[in-house]
Design a protein around this ligand. Structure first.
Ligand SMILES: [Zn+2]
Length: 703
C-alpha cells in the first residue's frame, strides 16, 4: 500500500511500529523483528455504536487525530462517537514486548451509551474472494488459556486456521438473567473472545493477551470484511456480551480506562504463548503465594447418605434428614478414611449446616463446633473445611432462606420484592454472612468454599447499599467483598471462589484471573465442576481444560474428585493431582484392590506434594506433564495413556525451558535420558490403557 501521510515510528527489541496518518486514517504497521513478519498492515479500526433516533449510529475512525511519540510511547488521540480516545502503544526499551492501552473520556455534557465498541490492529488475511493468503495458510490461532474449555463439545478445540474465520461463526458467552434460575450458554457472534490468543507462524508464536481487574474484558479475534479483502482484527479492545459494562453508560466528564493488551513473540509452538500469558499474569500478582501449601481434602460427600438421598414419593416436609444422615459418628468414619488416604483436612459438603445455605453450624447433630474442630485436629490430625453455598443457590433451593433477614430479599425493576430470592450483594446478607463465616474461622476452620454465588439477574432494592440496578460487576464485587471481610480477620483461612457469574457449573465466564491477587481476595479457583464423573470427564475430553488452564495460569485450581470412578492404575487420581494445585478426593471404590492402590498413590502424592502445589507446570503434550522445583533442581514427570490401546508415551523438553541448569548431573530413572547436544530430557514409557506413571528426577549437585 502506498501512503503519503506523516510517518511516526517506534521500535524496541521485539517490534517496529510504523504509524502513518493519511487524512483521518491511522494506519498501523506492526513488524515482528524475530520473524520479519508484518502482524498488522493496514488501518487501525476504531468503531463505536450509539443508539440514535433512527436506531443506531455506527461511528468509525477518529476525528481530529493527533499522534505523538514520546520516549517509549506513542499516543494516538482523537474523537470517536463524542468520546475522546487516547490510544497508547508502549514499546519498553528493556523488554521484548509491546503494551497497548485505550482510554475513553466523555467530553460532552450528556451520557454516552455504547451498544458496541471495537478497536484493533488489522492484518489482511484473504483477497476479495475469501482466498487465504498463501503465507498464512499454515498459521493457527489458539485461545489462551483454553485451547479446550470444559464446555466445548468433544473434538472441538479453540484452535483455528485462518480459513475457519470465514467458515465458523464466533461465539459470545451468556449467563442467567433471572432470579431463581441458573443457566449459561453462548450465542453466535462476529467475534471470538478469550483471555488471550496464540498466533503460530512458522517456528514462532505471537501472543496477544488482555488484562483488566476493573471490568470483565477479553482479547478478541474478528474477521473484518472489505470489498477487496478480509482482515483479521486483533488486540485493542472490544465489547463482548455487553462487557466492559462501563461503556454502556459513560457519564459527562467520566473516563473509562480499558485493560492492557500485552503483545509478545516467542520461538516455539503455542505453549510458549501460554507461558508468556502466565508470566504476564504473574507480573500482575496472579500467582499462588510463596510456600503455597493447601491441605489435601477428604470430601465426605461421596460416601455420605445426605447428598445421595432420593425418594419415589413425597415424604412430609420440610426435609430434615441431617440429624440422621450427618451424625458425628458418620463423619468420624469419614475422618478415619481421610487419614487412611493421607489427607490433611476433612471437607464437609452440605449437611454440616442447619439447613441448606444457612451457614449456621448443625450443633444438634454435630455437637459444639469448637469441640468438633478440636477433635478432628487432636484425634485425627485433620483440619476442618466447609462448603458454603451463598445467597443465589440458597434462593433457588429455598430451604435456608428463612434464616436470613427479610430485608435482604431482592427487588425487581418495578420495585416488587421477589419472594425467596436473597440478594448476595445486599448489606443485610453480607453483614450476616460475614458474622456467620467469622464464627467458623474463630473456632479453627481452615477452608471455606464459596459456592452457589452465580449471577441471577440483578436487584433494584434501594435499601441494599449496592448500586441500583445491581450489575454483574457489582455482584462480582460483592463476592470479593465477602472474601475480603473473612481475610481481614483470618488471612490464612483459604477461600475457594466459584466463578462469580457462572457459579458451580462447567462454564468459566469471568477471566481466569479475575480479581485474584487483589487485597484480601480469594485463594483458589474452581475446577469447572469436574468432580462428579471425573473418569467420564477424562474420556470426553472435558478434563483437558485443566491441563490447558495450568499451562496458562498460576492461580490455583481446587477440585475434589469422586475416586469411585477410578481404575487400578489410579489414572483419575493422578490426572487431577497433576492438573489441580489444590487437591481433594473422596468416595470409597467398590473394588478393594483399587482402593488400596489409591491409598498407596496418595502416599506417593504426599511425598511429592511440593511439586504439585508449588512447582512450575510445563506440558510436553496432554499426556506428559512436568512439575518443576527449580530451587531443588528437581522435577516430576506425570505420564498418561488416555486410550484403549497399550502405547509408548514419550516426549522431550529442554531443561532450560523448565528453568533448570544444564550443567549438572541428574539421576535418571528408567525410561528417562538426557541429550547433552540439545540440552533436553526425554522420556519414553510403555503404558497400559488408561494408566498413569509418576517419575521423579533429581540433581545430585543440589546439596
Ligand atoms: Zn440487592
Amino acid at each position: 500500500m502506498v501512503s503519503t501521510g506523516t510517518v511516526y515510528e517506534l521500535a524496541n527489541d521485539a517490534y517496529q511500529v510504523k504509524v502513518i496518518l493519511v487524512g483521518r486514517e491511522v494506519q498501523v504497521h506492526l513488524h515482528d523483528l524475530a520473524t520479519g513478519f508484518d502482524l498488522a498492515d493496514g488501518p487501525y479500526l476504531y468503531r463505536a455504536t450509539r443508539p440514535c433516533e433512527e436506531g443506531s449510529l455506527v461511528a468509525t475512525g477518529l476525528r481530529d487525530v493527533e499522534i505523538r511519540v514520546c520516549g517509549e510511547e506513542m499516543s494516538i488521540t482523537g474523537v470517536l462517537a463524542g468520546l475522546r480516545v487516547e490510544h497508547v502503544l508502549r514499546l519498553p526499551r528493556v523488554r521484548a514486548m509491546m503494551e497497548e492501552r485505550i482510554t475513553l473520556r466523555n467530553l460532552t455534557d450528556s451520557t454516552i451509551s455504547l451498544t458496541g465498541f471495537a478497536a484493533g490492529m488489522q492484518r489482511r488475511i484473504a483477497d476479495g474472494a475469501g482466498t487465504i493468503a498463501p503465507e498464512l495458510v499454515a498459521d493457527r490461532l489458539i485461545a489462551v488459556p483454553f485451547r479446550h474449555r470444559a464446555t466445548d463439545p468433544s473434538g472441538m478445540d479453540m484452535d483455528f486456521q485462518m480459513a475457519d474465520l470465514i467458515q465458523r461463526p464466533g461465539l459470545e458467552h451468556r449467563a442467567t438473567d433471572r432470579p431463581l434460575r441458573f443457566a449459561y450458554g453462548s450465542m453466535p457472534s462476529m467475534q471470538w473472545a478469550s483471555e488471550g490468543w496464540a498466533w503460530t507462524h512458522g517456528d514462532h508464536v505471537f501472543g496477544f493477551f488482555k488484562f483488566n481487574q476493573e471490568a470483565m474484558e477479553f482479547s478478541v479475534l474478528a474477521p473484518e470484511v472489505y470489498d477487496d479483502g478480509l482482515a483479521l482484527r486483533f488486540g485493542g479492545a472490544s465489547m463482548v456480551a455487553g462487557d466492559p459494562s462501563a461503556l454502556r453508560q459513560i457519564r459527562p466528564g467520566q473516563t473509562v480506562e480499558l485493560g492492557i493488551t500485552r503483545y509478545e513473540t516467542r520461538k516455539g509452538d503455542y505453549r510458549q504463548a501460554y507461558y508468556a500469558f502466565r508470566a504476564f499474569l504473574d507480573e500482575n500478582g496472579c500467582h499462588f503465594p510463596e510456600g503455597f501449601n493447601p491441605p489435601v481434602h477428604w470430601n465426605e460427600l461421596y460416601d455420605n447418605p445426605e447428598w445421595n438421598l432420593g425418594t419415589p414419593g413425597n415424604p412430609p416436609g420440610p426435609r430434615m434428614t441431617r440429624p440422621v444422615t450427618y451424625t458425628r459418628e458418620l463423619i468420624e468414619v469419614e475422618a478415619r478414611k481421610a487419614v487412611a488416604y493421607s489427607c490433611e483436612a476433612l471437607y464437609l459438603d452440605p449437611g454440616w449446616d442447619t439447613d441448606f445455605g444457612t451457614l449456621l453450624w448443625g450443633r444438634d447433630w454435630l455437637g459444639p463446633r469448637d469441640q468438633f474442630v478440636r477433635k478432628m485436629r487432636e484425634k485425627y490430625g485433620l483440619g476442618l473445611s466447609l462448603h458454603c453455598p451463598l445467597a443465589t443457590w440458597m434462593s433457588m433451593d429455598g430451604r435456608g432462606v428463612p434464616s436470613w433477614p427479610v430485608e435482604a430479599l431482592q427487588m425487581d425493576a418495578k420495585g416488587n420484592v421477589i419472594p425467596g430470592a436473597i440478594c448476595l450483594g445486599s448489606k443485610q446478607y453480607l453483614d450476616e454472612a460475614t458474622k456467620r463465616l467469622l464464627a467458623h474461622c474463630a473456632d479453627g476452620v481452615v477452608f471455606l468454599m464459596f459456592d452457589g454465588n452465580w449471577w441471577n439477574g440483578g436487584c433494584w432494592n434501594p435499601n441494599h447499599g449496592h448500586p441500583v440496578p445491581y450489575t454483574m460487576e457489582d455482584h462480582i464485587r460483592a463476592n470479593l467483598e465477602l472474601a475480603r471481610r473473612v481475610h481481614e480477620r483470618y488471612p490464612h483461612v483459604l477461600i475457594e471462589m466459584h466463578d462469580m457469574i457462572a457459579g458451580g457449573s462447567v462454564d468459566r465466564y469471568t477471566p481466569v484471573y479475575y480479581k485474584y491477587g487483589l487485597p484480601g481476595s480469594y485463594d483458589d479457583n474452581w475446577g469447572f465442576e469436574l468432580m462428579w464423573r471425573p473418569m467420564d470427564d477424562i474420556l470426553s475430553g472435558r478434563a483437558r481444560s485443566l491441563y490447558y488452564y495450568n499451562l496458562g495460569c498460576n492461580v490455583p485450581v481446587y477440585l475434589h474428585i469422586d475416586l469411585r470412578d477410578d481404575n487400578e492404575h489410579c489414572v483419575v487420581l493422578w490426572w487431577y493431582a497433576s492438573t489441580c494445585r489444590h487437591l481433594g478426593i473422596g468416595g470409597t471404590h467398590s473394588n478393594p484392590a483399587v482402593a488400596q492402590a489409591q491409598r498407596q498413590a496418595m502416599q506417593t502424592y504426599r511425598s511429592l506434594q511440593r511439586f504439585y502445589k508449588q512447582g512450575e507446570f510445563y506440558g510436553i503434550h496432554e499426556e506428559a506433564h512436568i512439575h518443576v522445583l527449580p530451587d531443588e533442581s528437581a522435577f516430576v514427570i506425570n505420564l498418561f495413556n488416555l486410550s484403549d490401546d497399550t502405547r509408548i508415551i514419550s516426549g522431550s523438553i529442554a531443561v532450560e525451558e523448565m528453568g533448570l541448569h544444564r550443567d549438572r548431573w541428574y539421576i535418571m530413572p528408567k525410561g528417562v535420558w538426557f541429550d547433552p547436544n540439545s540440552g533436553t530430557v526425554s522420556v519414553s514409557c510403555r503404558m497400559q490403557p488408561w494408566s498413569a506413571e509418576t517419575i521423579e528426577i533429581r540433581s545430585i549437585t543440589s546439596s
